[in-house]
Write a protein that binds this ligand. Structure first.
Ligand code: UD1
Length: 358
């Protein structure tokens, strides 16, 4: 295992997963510089990360497509490893604007790794997705499952994974982890950092939370005629704090050259209706819903085989669905409009009283 005393560049570090990854890194004593173009994130998240951790991080407002900007950060900050989360992630949007997805995700990653090569920084943790598996041929999904993404977003993730493998084959100085996320939900237990989608949420948990708080009237459940115990879709929801700690474990275990490809999931499937009921119990609010036709492109059931993550990274998720919902709700309650309209002074006041292990 590598002993970590690193300066880590986190691309997309101001976003939902990125802000939680920054907390994990700072709490582990590592130094952090965030590079983010703020296209789908808010810098307030980083103020809050620093309040929670009582440590400073550096921030560069830049885009991963600008190789010189990345190179400059790598050199001037003395970066030793990169966690790459920046990218576009909306499946439906990727069908409408495929070239934008290839440009941001694939070309952006090419520019990032080119800059890393020039700066001789060859340790990389990449944010991939379980979406690379496509329609499950068997369950649970292990890392050997065939790869067949069904949309442009997923294909950009797969293309990047393949590119990174080729890079490792060409030069044994590279140490790369491809982390395939299942369904990240929840928020930091302080309620200070969480998911803040622009416009109507596509994903289940933020939508449920916005209905519970009264920002939206009704949840549409896409399909109740799947071959599942209650007819609704089943997913592997994973607490974002567990997911973030998986990145730290990956950094620690990148001791050998080559590529490590690992699922980050819990191994448990939960149905949409089960999530709704668990959220209602956690929040004490009701979440009215109506059943609608299946959403195009959705699969009935998807969950991880998390065994390899334990073997390869010594990592496994620990937080329950109840905790995911409780933490998501605390974030929603404390930030009904997300980061917008937040007053930093109030936040600082609150975080002063927040005891991490309370
Ligand atoms: C989606 C993406 C996936 C991405 C993941 C995490 C699609 C097809 N897939 O996965 O590529 O990696 O998010 O960001 O978009 N649901 C409702 N009502 C809603 C929202 C969702 O019933 O308003 C249902 C869905 O039909 C599904 C489940 O909730 O059964 C989970 O949906 P979602 O949160 O969007 O995640 P995925 O579709 O699994």
């Amino acid at each position: 295992m590598r002993k970590l005393s690193e300066m880590v560049l986190v691309t997309g570090g101001a976003g939902y997963i990125g802000s939680h990854v920054c907390i994990a890194l700072l709490d582990a004593g590592l130094d952090v510089v965030v590079l983010d173009n703020l296209s789908n994130s808010n810098k307030v998240s980083l103020e809050r990360v620093q309040s929670i951790c009582r440590r400073a991080l550096a921030f560069r407002h830049a885009d991963i497509r600008h190789e010189e900007a990345i190179h400059d950060v790598l050199r001037s900050c003395g970066v030793t490893a990169v966690i790459h989360l920046a990218g576009l992630k909306a499946v439906g949007d990727s069908n409408v604007r495929p070239l934008t997805y290839y440009e941001n995700n694939l070309l952006g990653t090419m520019r990032l790794v080119s800059a890393m090569k020039r700066a001789n920084v060859k340790t990389l943790v990449f944010s991939s997705s379980a979406t690379v598996y496509g329609i499950p041929k068997y369950l649970p999904l292990d890392e050997k499952h065939p790869l067949c993404p069904t949309n442009p977003y997923g294909r950009t993730k797969l293309a990047i994974e393949e590119m990174l493998k080729d890079l490792c084959r060409s030069d044994d100085g590279w140490r790369i982890a491809n982390l395939r996320y299942f369904n990240p939900v929840g928020a930091h237990e302080s309620g200070l950092v969480g998911e803040d989608p622009l416009g109507p949420p596509n994903n289940l948990l933020p939508f449920v939370a916005q209905v519970a708080i009264g920002r939206r009237e009704t949840l549409q459940i896409w399909g109740n005629d799947y071959d599942t115990p209650d007819g609704t879709g089943v997913r592997d929801f994973i607490h974002v704090v567990d997911l973030a700690s998986g990145h730290l474990s990956a950094l620690r275990h990148l001791s050998r050259p080559g590529v490590l490809t690992v699922n980050l999931g819990t191994g448990n499937g939960s149905s949409v209706l089960n999530v709704v009921r668990t959220f209602e119990a956690a929040s004490g609010r009701s979440v009215p819903y109506e059943f609608r036709e299946r959403r195009a492109g959705d699969v009935a059931v998807c969950y991880a085989d998390p065994t390899f993550a334990i073997e390869a990274l010594g990592w496994k998720s620990t937080r329950s669905l109840e905790q995911m919902c409780a933490d998501h709700w605390r974030w929603q309650l404390q930030n009904p409009d997300g980061y917008h309209g937040s007053e930093l002074a109030k936040v600082r006041e609150r975080s002063k009283h927040f005891r991490r292990h309370a």
